[in-house]
Design a protein around this ligand. Sequence first.
Ligand SMILES: Cc1cc2nc3c(=O)[nH]c(=O)nc-3n(C[C@H](O)[C@H](O)[C@H](O)COP(=O)(O)O)c2cc1C
Length: 218
Amino acid sequence: MTEKEAILARHTVRNYQDKPIAPETVRLIEEKIRELNEISGLHLQFVAEAGNTYNRFMNKTMGLSTAPSVIACVGPDEENLDQEIGYYGEKLVLYLQTLGLNTCWAGMFNKKGLTAEIREGERLVITIAVGYGKDQGRQHRSKSIEQVTEGKAERPEWFTEGAKMALLAPTAINQQKFLIRLNDDDTVDFIDRKGPFSQVDLGIVKCHFDIGAERKSL
Ligand SMILES: Cc1cc2nc3c(=O)[nH]c(=O)nc-3n(C[C@H](O)[C@H](O)[C@H](O)COP(=O)(O)O)c2cc1C
């Protein structure tokens, strides 16, 4: 499965089977995390036992408390941290999809219930629930390309492909508060229209855009 196929197949899943992730699969996840941390300087971590991470009332109502494992999204507390977490966290989400796993980005969780390592100068930004879903989720409602893009009228194919993939990106409460601008010199700007976790969203959006456009934004 390619990253593009993973984008098309992935939807948020909040209800999981009572089944731990297979040891051979855990090994692959940890290998991928090592690779992404090396490229990005982040400190993403696989936490096998979700424990009480998702024991908040809303988590339980939505079903997330059934998730067996968690990705703790930690990194150096610098200006671009949220976007970096979004970009590389989504790379990991798409890889997990190729392994037959399901995921849910989760900004709402119980910090005390999560056994992640947060070193001096680091910050825990968000979590990603991971496990074998009870189903594969479903396609989110989406804005149109016109609503999330602006700039040069003549659109190259790569830009349109990037924007299409960006519209499939998960965003907090499905807000899709981003704008992708094509400048006259064919450079691209990503604009944050501000909302909860919108900088994480923007990183995820850049990740999807890059896969569609076959380029590198971060
Ligand atoms: C940054 C971010 C934070 C999120 N936080 C939560 C959360 O706390 N609880 C939850 O159930 N879903 C959460 N979600 C999942 C979104 O609701 C979901 O991605 C969105 O509705 C789009 O659906 P899709 O992922 O199937 O495309 C979050 C998603 C993102 C990107």
